[in-house]
Design a protein around this ligand. Sequence first.
Ligand SMILES: Nc1ncnc2c1ncn2[C@@H]1O[C@H](COP(=O)(O)OP(=O)(O)OP(=O)(O)O)[C@@H](O)[C@H]1O
Length: 272
Amino acid sequence: MMRAKGLSLHLGGRAILDQVSCTVRPGQVTVVMGQNGAGKSTLLQCLAGSVGADAGAVEVDGQCLAALPPEELAAKRAVLAQSVHLSFPLTVAEVIEMGCYARYQQWTARQRTARIDHYLTLLDLQPFRDRSFPTLSGGEQKRVLLAKCLLQLDADPAAPSGNRYLLLDEPTAALDIGQQFRFIDLATSLARKRGLGVFAVLHDLNLAARFADEIIFLRDGRVLASGPTHAILTRTTIRDTFDVDCLIQEHPHYAGPLITTLPYERPYFAPA
Ligand SMILES: Nc1ncnc2c1ncn2[C@@H]1O[C@H](COP(=O)(O)OP(=O)(O)OP(=O)(O)O)[C@@H](O)[C@H]1O
């Protein structure tokens, strides 16, 4: 498992993360939620190893993340960033191929092409194969970048595979409502079927309710609450995290909650 222990980080004279501990378990989806500026992306970047904390540590399967050589880190975790600006006119297939750079020599050209085709098909991207990446829409680019992440985490055919982690920073931000659902559904099934540990920053309470095994609520860089989705997703935690009241009902179509945020003109926190 991937584990953050007591992460603290100060930037610009203030605490961005304050004693944050969390766990990402193989085969499970862990979602982090919170207001803008709560520290969600910073926490994800610490888990990715791209930002170092002032205090605390991140361990991956018992090893210190900071001590992993770059090629091992690349095979252990892949990151779908909140926004990616790529101005070179690389094709979609070439962008996906970047996912296997860390193990480029271990795969033959035929194996690489087969894996790229596999992910193009999985993400419904075959029609875009030879298109220039910068000409794609925001949502199409997100799918290409997910394909690149999945290729990066693809089990090496020549070596036994260990746990792998997929870190998604607001993966649904540029997606239409159908693609949002499909994207998170795919990430969840990758967690369930391939044992990937998925860590996702999400803003949609109902997507989190539907797919997360565990939710971490951050506020001002601190963990306000965390735990199994069914136990932690309450009116109180939502109110304490977002300063927003809500109604939680049984979902009419599946077992789980349906959350409706309440507009401000109603009494803010109505007496029970
Ligand atoms: N280099 C920096 N110097 C000063 N403050 C920074 C720096 N980088 C990030 N911050 C601040 O850290 C806080 C947390 O940023 P972060 O991107 O982690 O928030 P977030 O929870 O992901 O927000 P959002 O939902 O808006 O994406 C923000 O207030 C941001 O302005």
